[in-house]
Design a protein around this ligand. Structure first.
Ligand SMILES: [Zn+2]
Length: 277
């Protein structure tokens, strides 16, 4: 999340025609300020929530401060237009993953110029739930950079209140028109759950047992089915997570009204490819 900044401009009152979702963002910021007072917590969350709709689309060409802060080496790459909907956001991810797998990385939206451009506001175009696996860093596999993606990661993509709330935050408050749930090949968390269930040792120490409990339905669902059991369980878990997210009172209605597109996907460690479900 964004580091709180004392230089962040105060939010201005929206015009009467402001869309409901912007009002909702302001409501969140106001509610948090009221609840938490003027302390650091409220300031931090307000800063995180800011997508500053009054600022034009993110991009070096239209959101850079004066030229004196431009890095040496001349102007940066052309600004990308904002995505119009979930399909365009998904296409942007697919294209980035193709660059990744073909080793033609553009390192989109990285570097000093981009950092400065998004320092006061953000307009990410997709929210992605992935696994904590060290081999599946979300921005890297999609060749994206600063300010592009809201990334939430948990082992096996397990949902809990914080994970679900963070995904809702990305969609409802930061207005990403796409929410992707990304499973992956040879997921250790799902594999560990399979082994725990097979050995009937599901009482893992700490909170790992929570993960096993959350992933168990997907493993049980594919037991006895043909094909690779682990891959089947990962796919089943992606579907179950999507089904749970659709029950969210925040995400469900937004999907029904076309404000957000929910998709499942599977990352192949062997090829680097993300396969959309
Ligand atoms: Zn994993």
């Amino acid at each position: 999340m964004t580091t709180p900044s004392r230089n962040s401009p105060p939010e201005t009152s929206p015009p009467e025609t402001s869309p409901p979702r912007n009002s909702r963002r302001r409501f969140l910021a106001t509610a948090l300020s009221t609840t938490l007072g003027a302390g650091l917590g409220a300031a931090t969350l307000t800063a995180c929530a800011s997508s500053d709709d009054s600022v034009p689309a993110v991009g070096p060409a239209n959101s850079l401060p004066p030229t004196s802060v431009q890095p040496p080496g001349g102007p940066g790459p052309e600004a990308e237009p904002p995505v119009a909907n979930g399909n365009e956001a998904l296409q942007r991810l697919v294209e980035g993953n193709r660059r990744f797998t073909e080793n033609h990385l553009h390192h989109v939206d990285e570097g000093t110029e981009r950092r400065i451009a998004v320092s006061k506001s953000q307009h990410p175009f997709a929210t992605v739930l992935g696994c904590v696996d060290s081999r599946v860093p979300i921005e890297l596999v999609f060749d994206r950079g600063l300010g592009d993606l809201v990334v939430v990661r948990s082992a096996g993509g397990v949902l809990d209140q914080s994970v679900t709330g963070s995904l809702e935050f990305g969609v409802a408050e930061l207005h990403t028109p796409l929410l992707m749930v990304l499973g992956h090949q040879r997921c250790g968390a799902v594999d560990a759950t399979m082994k725990a269930l097979d050995s009937k040792h599901t009482d893992a120490e700490g909170q790992i047992g929570y993960l096993v409990e959350a992933l168990a339905p997907a493993v049980r669902q594919v037991t006895g089915k043909p094909g690779d059991r682990l891959a089947n369980a990962v796919h089943a878990n992606v579907d179950l997570v999507l089904a749970q997210l659709r029950k969210s009172p925040v995400l469900g209605p937004l999907e029904k009204t076309g404000k957000v597109k929910l998709v499942g996907a599977y990352y192949e460690l062997d090829t680097g490819k993300v396969i959309i479900s």
